[in-house]
Design a protein around this ligand. Structure first.
Ligand SMILES: *Cc1c(COP(=O)(O)O)cnc(C)c1O
Length: 424
């Protein structure tokens, strides 16, 4: 796997994300990608079982998307989005509003999932501030993940490595994820807690908590929590950075609840893995709290590459594909394939539990592992040696492959998971 190529040269100057370089000094050099496949420097291929962090859902280097972006590139590459606008952004706003829950009305562009949630948090805090209410606290789920900037870190429960920053966090009330057993207690607790009137917003990953190892919860419980919070003027901020764009079986996970979010954060699959971009959408009511003769009531937040025309074009092409019969049929095909695999594997002696939401499938091993421990690394190595890129989170193995993955590739992933269980 290791050669004198980019993998070696990488070591000299590059500092990688989420990496302790002393323990993990070597990065695998990837030379090209096409469809569901990644190719390393030596030409070995890997099935991208997690769609490179759930971004390239229509396959890597998708010809249709590449062609659209290539055409746009020759017309308009980049322009300031303060005081200017352009066709790709306007068209994207129309297309997004068309597939988002019906109460969404305005879109704020940024660059990545963390900025999308950061902006959602700022919208919620300033919404109440502009209306003359003092509400400095946010509610979030334990084990949620919303990104790595300060606001996003504050509301993320998975803060094992956030120690150095905790003194600077926003004030957060944490809730366990709801289930059949705790829901009544949870609602009662919230009712009492809400009486203080200091809660601005509730940020949550609807239905599936990605970084928490694809933990899933029921729509009906989440819906009751949303109902109670909304009745008390708390803004619901759905972080759909992972769940958005078809993975849960509907366009957005929020489609499954009756209580719709006031704010929705999108990124990752938004731009089909081609370009980084994010959008935070909101209702007319949220927008109206900022609309004023007073300049200070505006949302003074902006990033240089906001609504980059090329990224907007990639997003437009992605949404067009998402709505196509071909992709909708693929989502159905993968969902059914996972169900059959689940029947086969769920009673395996080394499998503790399994779960599925749309094309997202996860299984917990009956073996204790640390999130970044040795056993987890062995498992990862087994997958890679067999040409399958899966990224176990502790003792959880999950699949979130591109919609365009073939049946043959999908079954190779299943077979490799089975052989990994035997090798454990
Ligand atoms: C990945 C992720 C983020 C952060 O997005 P980045 O683009 O990595 O900053 C936020 N929320 C959720 C649910 C995510 O999965």
């Amino acid at each position: 796997m290791i050669s004198e190529g980019i993998s070696e040269r990488d070591k000299k100057h590059i500092w990688h994300p989420l990496t302790q370089h002393k323990l993990h000094p070597t990065m695998l050099g990837i030379k090209k990608a096409k469809g569901a496949l990644l190719y390393d420097e030596s030409g070995k291929e890997y099935i991208d079982g997690i769609a490179s962090w759930y971004t390239c859902m229509y396959g890597h280097c998708n010809d249709y998307i590449l062609d659209k972006v290539h055409q746009q590139m020759q017309k308009l590459d980049q322009v300031v989005f303060s005081g200017f606008t352009h066709e790709p952004a306007v068209r994207l706003s129309e297309e997004l509003i068309d597939i988002l829950p019906g109460n969404q009305q305005k879109l704020f562009f940024s660059d990545n999932g963390s900025t999308a949630t950061e902006i959602g948090i700022k919208m919620a805090l300033q919404y109440h501030f502009n209306r003359g209410e003092k509400r400095p606290v946010l509610v979030a789920f334990e084990e949620g993940f919303h990104g790595d900037t300060f606001g996003a870190m504050s509301v993320s429960g998975l803060s094992v490595y956030n120690g150095p920053f905790e003194d600077f966090f926003i004030s957060v009330e944490r809730l366990p994820v709801p289930n059949e057993k705790n829901i009544e207690h949870l609602l009662k607790f919230l009712e009492t807690r809400l009486a203080k009137g200091d809660i601005a917003g509730f940020i949550y990953e609807p239905l599936v908590q990605g970084a928490a190892a694809m933990k899933m919860h029921d729509a009906k419980h989440l819906d009751r929590i949303l109902g109670l919070l909304k009745k008390n003027g708390v803004l619901a901020i759905a972080d759909e950075v992972m769940t958005g764009f078809g993975k849960t079986g509907s366009f957005f996970a929020s489609d499954r609840m009756l209580n719709k979010p006031d704010i929705i954060c999108m990124s990752k699959a938004l731009t089909a893995g081609l370009m980084p971009m994010a959008v935070t959408s909101c209702t007319q009511d949220v927008y109206d709290a900022f609309y004023s003769d007073d300049i200070g009531k505006g949302l003074f937040h902006g990033h240089t590459y906001t609504a980059n025309p090329l990224a907007c074009t990639a997003a437009l092409a992605g949404i067009e594909l998402l709505k196509s019969n071909e992709i909708q049929e693929s989502i159905h095909r993968i969902t059914e394939a996972h169900k059959s695999f689940d029947k086969e594997i769920k009673n395996h002696s080394k499998v503790a539990s399994t779960r599925q939401c749309g094309i997202i499938y996860a299984l917990d091993l009956d073996v204790k592992m640390e999130r970044y421990g040795n056993l987890r690394d062995q498992l990862f190595k087994h997958f890679m040696d067999n040409g399958v890129f899966l990224r176990p989170l502790g003792s959880t193995i999950y699949i979130s492959a591109p919609f365009t993955i073939s049946d043959k590739q999908l079954h190779k992933i299943y077979d490799t998971i089975k052989s990994a269980l035997e090798a454990l």
